[in-house]
Ligand binder design. Sequence first.
Ligand SMILES: [Zn+2]
Length: 433
Amino acid sequence: MSDVIFIEGGRVIDPAGGTDGVRTVVLSDGLVAEVAERVDRPAGATVVDARGRWVTPGFVDLHVHLREPGLEYKETVATGARAAVAGGFTSVVAMPNTRPVNDTLAVTELVLARAAAAGLARVYPCGCISRGSAGEELAEYGELKAGGCVALSDDGKPVMSPALMRRALEYARAFDLPLTVHEEDLHLVGKGVMHEGPASTRLGLKGIPGQAEEVMVLRDVALAELTGGRLHIAHVSAAGSVRAVREAKRRGLRVTAEVTPHHLSLTDEDVAASGYSTDFKMCPPLRSAGDVAACVEALADGTIDCIATDHAPHSAVEKAVEFDAAMNGIVGLETAFAVCLALVRRGALTPRRLVEALTSGPARTFGLPGGTLARGAPGDVAVLDPAATWTFGPGTSFSKSCNSPWKGKQLTGRCTHTFVAGRLVHQAAAEHA
Ligand SMILES: [Zn+2]
């Protein structure tokens, strides 16, 4: 049994409950007990002074790479869960491209056991779409669902066969599991390493057109219509993909989408400005300013359901190579709030929509608990200081890896306290708070 905790004086933003105002949040027995303007505090209750801060449901991230089993030099379930709560994330979905991949009950159970031992963020495993993520035959969805998987994905790779994708959508539908799809036509990608445009031409790097993503989104929307399956588009990056998702939703198909903080805020010109920094290399690549604007607009209007970090830790050695040879991906759990808060400061997103895209939006997309401060909801809460300035880097990060375009940069906006099941699991160091 946990203490009774009073989080007092903060601006409570709970989009699911329609709350935006100064309230006290009371956590008791691991749950949200009350959110009210005035609550009498019993003697002995733990008090968190949240004046000047935002108090929101704990963030939910549908797309993180925790690297365990097999790639523990990059991250472990425990270090990833620690980074999650440092960033305000109380629930994360662990992608299956580990070694071995998560296409069996044994791997699902291992991830859940490691998460339970860490006792930090809630970790929901994602199983593979295809056995070995090889794109040839389907994995055992019943076994994966029974073990605790909440979605299926071959992330890191597209499902290139439309026939296999059709069968996957049909089979997953029987278990009501969403498919998270990494949309890239590998024939159009070729040997590309960044977005195809004027910047790639200037840099002499092979380009990947936005249409490499768009054609796969269009294909899978068609297959979602054919099968009635649940399609979730991972890390949308191209304006054409946004149009395809908007049209699919307009037609009432079961299609949802996520976007990363970096695809909302950086462009291919930032790759050029960085001087070939491999911390700007990811898949899908950073795209044009027009693509970024389309993603921001789609997040604001609800076409894109949620923000997901695609937290992808890699060791320094794997990034300290030529741009062509570097691994794809960046860490994102600890910088997501600050990076996305910049969109609020320039008026592109409301605070309510930002919080929704980090909480009830993703929770609803996969049907996960949390994402709300309704009475009786899990006692998962983030306390955020929107004015705190801090510098992201190895000295402040809890992840094992620090591959990030924001490494060494000063950021504004920081999570100061995180509660999971009514228990304090993160408090920012005072000098940074
Ligand atoms: Zn991916």
